[in-house]
Write a protein that binds this ligand. Structure first.
Ligand code: FES
Ligand code: FE
Length: 410
């Protein structure tokens, strides 16, 4: 656990609603360490999809900051998560990003743990040693239509109330019948908050994302409003509800564990997020056609997905160091789709590959400017409302502890 950074109160006092956040939030090692403990360890994080761990013993790791979590399929078919810390002297137990294990054997002195996390044996520990006291630390798991979320903190409110509202809206997409088609990581030398902020606004889309802007109307609120009518009709024909969900704002019942779903139009001629507008893969789930839209889905404040009629793109922004973040992008398609026959990987990933490269560049330059001694926080635009919401969320997470605990649990 880290203590309260000495500069925290002064930085919070320096922040003015409506302006960007002060420099120290993006440059201080102590603030970064505090962020991991207070924001990352206390929020639900997207760890993957059940299709990545189909058999008993299959596991993936979720690493961020100084933390590492093992997500594993147990012998009863359930999904469990454990902290990747040996209870002997603390070694990492799994060192590969994914794999299959019969048991988890620590590479240091070979303590072995069951898939359930129980310690099975430790050599030469004497007659009084009680293995039942030294199991792996459990991490909470929530499953949503195949998507896996984990949370280290016992007091963080459950995701389920928000997910119960989201479930009927996403059901037609058959998210439980997806598979990973491609994963890519875009390391950016910037604080994780700049990467998240960049994802939360499309003020930059017009100037920075030529390819995205050719097909997606989000960067132009006026054009978007004109196209919403036809989109609703196509969505209904495809079997999608046009209902939206927003449980994420400051006034939402569960701002830390809310969900968000909003569909916005692609330009005429575009069925999906492809280079030429043509379909990229078989339709997802039970869809009867292309809706001609892109659906933004958020689950908790840190997990974002973009769902098209024929694929899903998932995002996470994993902190590696105070000014180092991995933008991880995961492309998913229908579980039955076969590469080469049903989709072309290069075509499928083209848009969000070029767009993520753009984002890496602009986030990197953003951090470089913020690092200057002369940087002063400037005013947010009308198109950066979510950035302001993110600041509110962030400041509540890192603020005085009792207040947050009350707010989160109340
Ligand atoms: Fe794992 Fe010693 S640290 S067995
Ligand atoms: Fe962008």
């Amino acid at each position: 656990m880290t203590g309260r950074p000495p500069e925290l109160d002064a930085l919070i006092a320096e922040y003015h609603p409506g302006l960007a956040m002060p420099r120290g939030f993006y440059t201080s090692q102590a603030i970064y360490d505090h962020d991991i403990v207070r924001v990352w360890n206390r929020n639900w994080l997207w760890a993957g999809h059940e299709s990545q761990i189909p058999e008993a013993g299959d596991y993936v790791l979720l690493d961020y900051g100084s933390e590492s979590i093992i997500i594993v399929r147990d012998r009863d078919g359930g999904v469990r998560a454990h902290l990747n810390i040996c209870r002997h002297r603390g070694s990492r137990i799994c060192t590969e990003a994914e794999g299959t294990a019969r048991v988890f054997a620590c590479p240091y002195h070979a303590w072995t743990f069951e898939l359930t996390g129980e310690l099975r044996a430790g050599r030469a520990m004497g007659p009084d040693f009680d293995p039942s006291r030294w199991g792996l630390f459990p991490v909470r798991v929530t499953l949503f239509q195949g998507l896996i979320f984990v949370c280290c903190d016992a007091d963080t409110p459950a995701l389920e109330p928000a997910l119960a509202q989201l479930a009927p809206l996403t059901a037609p997409y058959g998210l439980d019948r997806l598979k990973v088609a491609h994963k890519a990581s875009y390391p950016v030398p910037a604080n994780w908050k700049l990467a998240v902020e960049n994802y939360l606004e499309c003020y930059h889309c017009g100037p920075a994302h030529q390819e995205y802007s050719r097909s997606h109307s989000l960067k132009s609120p006026k054009e978007m409003a004109e196209l919403v009518g036809p989109l609703a009709a196509r969505a209904a024909a495809a079997g999608l509800s046009s209902e939206m969900l927003d449980l994420t704002g400051a006034a939402a019942p569960t701002p830390f564990t809310g969900a968000y779903l909003r569909r916005y139009p692609l330009y005429p001629g575009y069925d999906t997020g492809s280079r030429d507008g043509a379909p990229l893969a078989p339709l997802l789930g039970d869809l009867k056609g292309y809706d001609g839209g892109a659906t933004d889905m958020g689950i908790g404040p840190l997990n974002w997905f973009l769902v098209y009629s024929d694929h899903l793109v998932g995002y996470r922004f994993l902190p590696r160091d105070v000014q180092q973040t991995d933008i991880e992008v995961v492309w998913m398609v229908h579980a039955d789709a076969e590469e080469g026959r049903d989709y072309d990987r290069e075509a499928l990933t083209w848009l969000w590959h070029v767009t993520s490269q753009d984002d890496e560049r602009i986030i990197r330059h953003n951090q470089a400017g913020v690092n200057s001694a002369y940087f002063q926080p400037g005013p947010l635009s009308e198109m950066e409302g979510w950035v302001g919401d993110f600041y509110n969320f962030y400041l509540r997470m890192i603020g005085p502890d009792p207040e947050f605990r009350k707010a989160a649990n109340g």
